[in-house]
Write a protein that binds this ligand. Structure first.
Ligand SMILES: Nc1nc2c(ncn2[C@@H]2O[C@H](COP(=O)(O)OP(=O)(O)OP(=O)(O)O)[C@@H](O)[C@H]2O)c(=O)[nH]1
Length: 207
């Protein structure tokens, strides 16, 4: 007997955030095309990309955001973005301390917002431009500490140098999103059981 696996397509919304020029577009383009093209312009866009992973079609919707230039400040995240995203990729440059501080603010903002999921929303923090070691101002330990204290995934990568690191970032966030969804389903299932039990026992008590 052959067991048929469900071939339902999985779709998830990935929001890339971070200060200006940290490499959000470089990461997005690397993931979509496997290439690093150097200059990306100021275009904010949502891209859809389907990959086959473990025999299943996965649709990545990727919102490559622009850093806000208005009074709201670099760390601002709109309500629309928070509602849209299933998971967040927060990018800083290891050569730019201010961009690390922006990521700190953004984690806080996301953790304070109402989550789609029963637990905290999935976040992966990325220290980009790892190829520029001689210009490093944020140590790996600082990055790791921030992610440990905020329960986020963490990678240091160079979008300029390799595709592999970028792929790991997206796949890690996909795994976290799938875990969060499974948890939500489980919680809904338990709620359903509790509801039916209280309906039965509640009714009995009043008889
Ligand atoms: N050396 C190096 N340069 C990078 C890397 N990633 C991006 N860059 C460069 O950094 C600059 C900014 O990259 P973008 O991808 O446009 O950054 P962004 O965060 O999308 O910028 P905004 O759209 O302005 O917010 C470009 O000149 C890229 O070529 C990297 O890993 N290493």
């Amino acid at each position: 007997m052959t067991v048929q696996r469900s071939q339902q397509k999985v779709e998830a919304n990935f929001l890339l955030l971070g200060a200006e020029s940290v490499g959000k577009s470089a990461l997005t383009v690397r993931f979509l095309t496997r290439r690093f093209i150097g200059e990306y312009g100021d275009i904010e866009s949502i891209y859809s990309h389907t990959d086959r992973i473990d025999g299943r079609d996965i649709c990545f919707n990727i919102w490559d955001s622009l850093c806000p230039q208005n009074d709201e400040g670099a760390g601002h995240i709109s309500d629309r973005q928070l509602q849209w995203a299933d998971g967040f990729i927060l990018v800083y440059s290891i050569c730019d301390r201010a961009s690390f501080n922006v990521v700190r603010q953004q984690v806080k903002r996301i953790r304070q917002a109402k989550s789609k999921f029963p637990g905290a929303p999935p976040i992966v923090i990325v220290g980009n431009k790892r190829d520029l070691q001689h210009r490093r101002t944020v140590s790996s330990e600082e990055g790791r500490l921030l992610t440990l204290s905020t329960n986020c995934g963490f990678f240091e990568i160079s979008a300029a140098e390799t595709y592999h690191g970028v792929q790991l970032v997206f796949h890690e966030l996909l795994d976290l999103i799938r875990e969060a969804r499974a948890l939500k389903k489980g919680a809904a299932g338990i709620k359903g059981i509790v509801r039916s039990m209280s309906a039965v026992f509640g009714r009995k008590r009043t008889e």
